[in-house]
Design a protein around this ligand. Structure first.
Ligand code: ACO
Length: 399
């Protein structure tokens, strides 16, 4: 690889790279991906081991601070996060004021943006105490705000967090508990959700993480940068794909067109239709996260005693695509989003919450990258070049 920035300075050359297919914007020590081999490691640890052996917060610590926490570090981190789950009461009014049919991702990004108005003592990216406080506040409050977005969309009362519960269990209760009855945590749901969140924690320079870094490179605060990341994640080509996959599977079932005919439409690129949840910029092999999610889908649905036609359709689609020359020649495999929606649905989350779940999972990665960027002496404000294709100089009509 060459350092194009110094080459540009020396020669005046500019490289044109739509979609940054070949341009590294940074050095990073957080996550390693080998897309050819289907390898993903967090700080050197294989994702398969992390997903099965760690907790969500332990993984968050690993990503953010670079090493696994000791037992006492983890306990202290967990306690701090539990102590910061409460939202300012006025923020509840902020959520109440938004339309009930707003997409929960829009509600979430607005809520995170609003955090910088309430927590003005943690906005300075150059002050380590501010950064630490903003980190803990975001990790503690994002799940609460996500649950508010959910409750708002179904017209139920917001619940207060129960800080006797773990990160994941608290989140489940905030979403599925109500004021009228006690809520029992289902360990199957809890374990499955923890694993899914871990699988989403980081994925190096994807669109949302790059957005967080770009916004952060202007020395914007962490809340503002993460809010921008949530908006980038929202699109169906990125995190929004998990919602789009379920819509696609339901459309195949309800239209009765059949999996084979749908695949033909994808191959013929009819109306730009794609096989959502397939393909990846980096993986040219099976996405290692998708393998683990697929395993979980079978386990969770069996444990909950749920049969879902959509899971059968997803498996049929995968089987056809993996044998088909169109997908084989383009090296298109299921990505992390292909099977997650089926699990979230079985857990009871409405489709519009799926990308919100992705955002909660991805939060530690966004924070880790923002912090890494802020402490890297080589960081510069992100400012791509362009090749101008417009009009040459012309004279504005005299008046
Ligand atoms: N269905 C059908 N064809 C596809 C798909 C798909 N899902 N993905 C890529 N292709 C085709 C393209 O049409 C293109 O074909 P061509 O060579 O005939 O023009 C070829 O495969 C290469 O695809 P690109 O679009 O160049 O790949 P790129 O790296 O730019 O895009 C992306 C990656 C956006 C993920 C793409 O595969 C896609 O749109 N997938 C569906 C959406 C999705 O699942 N997104 C989630 C990604 S994972 C994540 O963000 C968490």
């Amino acid at each position: 690889s060459i350092d194009i920035s110094s080459l540009t300075r020396q020669t005046g050359l500019t490289s044109l790279d739509y979609g940054f297919v070949n341009t590294a914007s940074t050095r990073s020590a957080i996550t390693f991906i080998d897309g050819e081999k289907g390898i993903l490691r967090y700080r050197g640890y294989p994702i398969e081991q992390v997903a099965k052996r760690a907790t969500f917060l332990e993984t968050a610590w690993l990503l953010i601070y670079g090493e696994l926490p000791s037992a006492s570090e983890l306990e202290e981190f967990d306690t701090k996060i539990r102590r910061h789950t409460l939202l300012h009461e006025d923020l509840k009014r902020f959520f109440s004021a938004l339309p009930h049919n707003a997409h929960p991702m829009s509600v979430l990004s607005s809520g995170v943006s609003a955090l910088s108005t309430y927590y003005q003592d943690s906005l300075n990216p150059k002050n380590p105490e501010h950064v630490e406080l903003a980190t803990v506040r975001l990790l503690a409050k994002l799940p609460v705000m996500a649950a508010y977005a959910h409750k708002k969309s179904i017209g139920q009362a917001f619940l207060y967090p129960d800080n006797s519960l773990s990160f994941v269990d608290n989140f489940l209760k905030l979403n599925f508990g109500n004021l009228a009855e006690p809520y029992e945590i289902d360990p199957v749901l809890s374990k499955a959700l923890e694993r899914l969140l871990i699988l989403h924690e980081d994925h190096e320079q994807n669109a949302s993480t790059s957005t967080v870094r770009l916004v952060g490179s202007t020395e914007a605060n962490l809340f503002a940068s993460v809010s921008a990341g949530i908006n980038a994640l929202f699109g169906p080509l990125h995190g929004g794909a998990n919602e789009a996959v379920l819509a696609m599977l339901a459309q195949i079932r309800d239209s009765g067109e059949g999996v084979g005919r749908f695949v033909e439409r994808v191959k013929n690129k009819e109306d730009g239709v794609k096989l959502m949840g397939f393909g990846h910029r980096v993986y040219k092999n099976y996405d290692p996260r998708a393998k683990l999610v697929k395993e979980s889908a079978d386990e969770v649905l069996a444990a909950l005693g749920v049969h879902d036609d959509l899971l059968e359709i997803a498996k049929e689609l995968e089987a056809i695509a993996l044998e088909d020359d169109y997908f084989k020649s383009r090296r298109l495999y299921p990505n992390v989003d292909f099977y997650t929606g089926v699990i979230y649905k079985a857990m009871g989350f409405p489709t519009r919450m799926f990308t919100v779940l992705f955002a909660i999972g991805r939060l530690p990665g966004w924070i880790a990258h923002w912090r890494e960027m802020n402490t890297d002496p080589q960081t510069k404000i992100g400012r791509p070049q362009q090749l101008y294709t417009g009009a040459a100089e012309r004279s504005f009509p005299a008046r």
